[in-house]
Design a protein around this ligand. Sequence first.
Ligand code: HEC
Ligand code: HEC
Ligand code: HEC
Ligand code: HEC
Ligand code: HEC
Length: 401
Amino acid sequence: MNTRIAYIIALGTVVLLLWQCGNNATQQQQTGTITPLQNSWDIAVPHQEIPEGLTSLSAASCGACHQEHYKEWQTSTHAHAWTDLQFQSELKKETSPFMCINCHIPLQNQQEFIIKGLIDGDIYKPVKEKNPHFDRALQQEGINCASCHVREGAVMGPTGTEKAPHRTVKNMEHLSENLCISCHNANAVITPTLACSFETGDEWKAGPYFGNQNCISCHMPETHREVMPGFGERKSRFHNFPGSGIPKVKGAETGMLNGFAFYPQEIITKYKVGERVEYTFKVKNEHAGHRVPTGDPERFFIIRFELRNALDSLVAEQEHRIGEEWEWHPLAKKLTDNNLNPGEERSFPFSTEMKEKGSYSLAVIVTKHRMNEETAIYNKLGDDYPLFITVFEKEYEFSVR
Ligand code: HEC
Ligand code: HEC
Ligand code: HEC
Ligand code: HEC
Ligand code: HEC
């Protein structure tokens, strides 16, 4: 989500003071009316008891039996929703309000404090109480198995099977795309310079896939396998939640989906001096059930053309960007948005006049970016934090006589 939060220095200082007060709720001297939490993302999933038949809520403990699910989940960004460097860096900023954690460590069991309300409705004045059931190890797991599966002392599952050693309840209403949307759709201006804007759920509802394919059918593809060794095959779904494919840690394995299909045009191979090379690269959002990019407004794609001569020197370059542009100061405001809708196609031209004889190569490179370098430096993410991946590359040769 957006997080390039602009600072108002004066406000920041006040906020820092309040934040520290807020950390010691028992000694809190603040006066004012305590107002209840209102938005869904203000509220953690209430305290969960360990379902009968189990000894822990941790993903590691589920993984003792559900080995493949556990291995897959470990490669997902859900498993890194808390430990992610960028998230930790942003959380430390005094402008980040208490509710940031509710989609990243959703269970109250994972949270150090219980939030009882807000003083005078101010998001920077949460009324905090120490959580006696806080489990630090569980916090590290981010969005773990229990985040999605454990409710009211039972494991919510698609069949309610009697074979499980733990209390199991069939609940497909809970395990529907609405579970995904509860976190993957938020559009709110929290403070003038802090806006949450990701609307993957709304984009999907407005698009052509609504009613036939959903978050789960695309991001948790179906398979047939044992969900615990020795228990026989059954219908199952992969749990690595592939998405952008940009890993969180250099070299780490993470699932990737490609929303775009690329249609590179052929190129004329012989030109005369003074003629123009005209080339078109077509991109279509063929596979995503929402806009691409979606979610975090900092995501973007770059389509880059590089024309080089026989000595490999750059003769011409052109770039196109697909993504949103925001202004964070003095008010958070979206300036432009040319994300591709589901099914939408767009052509990106390259055109230049050839001035000298010789042989040339034209390269087309498409890269998918998590954020720009400026933001990475601002958040001190270091050189090991992957900022982009290359999703398409093609080179053409031609000559000018
Ligand atoms: C001691 C082994 C064991 C542990 C630990 C365990 N499970 Fe299971 N679980 C099973 C078995 C066995 C089944 C039934 C397998 C089958 O249907 O083939 C099952 C079934 C399930 C199902 C499918 C239920 C349905 O309705 O079809 C889910 C979901 C599930 N477990 C989640 C979890 C979660 C989450 C945890 C950790 C909090 C966990 N399990 C811990 C053994 C275990
Ligand atoms: C028709 C299949 C399809 C459906 C339906 C679908 N997705 Fe996606 N989703 C994709 C593909 C393909 C990508 C990869 C886009 C890319 O980066 O090229 C993607 C990417 C994403 C990303 C990564 C965001 C980014 O821009 O890098 C998130 C998050 C996501 N989807 C969540 C959801 C949620 C939540 C839903 C349900 C509301 C959903 N998706 C429905 C296919 C689908
Ligand atoms: C982001 C939410 C989410 C997380 C995290 C998650 N699951 Fe699931 N899981 C689901 C959904 C949704 C289904 C049901 C899919 C369906 O059948 O439509 C499911 C189904 C299952 C099933 C039934 C069999 C199958 O494969 O479909 C098992 C077992 C299971 N999960 C175990 C786990 C374990 C173990 C973990 C942690 C390592 C985990 N899940 C993490 C959402 C999640
Ligand atoms: C408790 C909140 C929550 C729920 C429920 C949830 N997600 Fe997520 N999801 C997140 C967060 C937070 C991230 C980003 C973690 C990060 O980047 O550190 C994420 C990341 C993702 C990504 C990867 C995005 C990328 O960068 O490529 C995909 C895909 C995704 N979720 C799909 C789903 C689907 C499908 C479901 C429903 C089965 C679901 N999510 C349920 C909060 C949630
Ligand atoms: C409504 C749920 C929700 C809340 C509240 C929330 N996030 Fe997120 N966050 C998400 C989801 C979903 C993603 C993944 C978005 C995507 O990849 O499309 C995410 C991703 C992120 C990322 C990773 C971005 C990246 O490039 O991979 C960071 C950092 C982050 N959030 C910080 C924050 C901060 C700081 C706050 C508080 C201001 C916050 N989040 C509040 C749901 C939430």
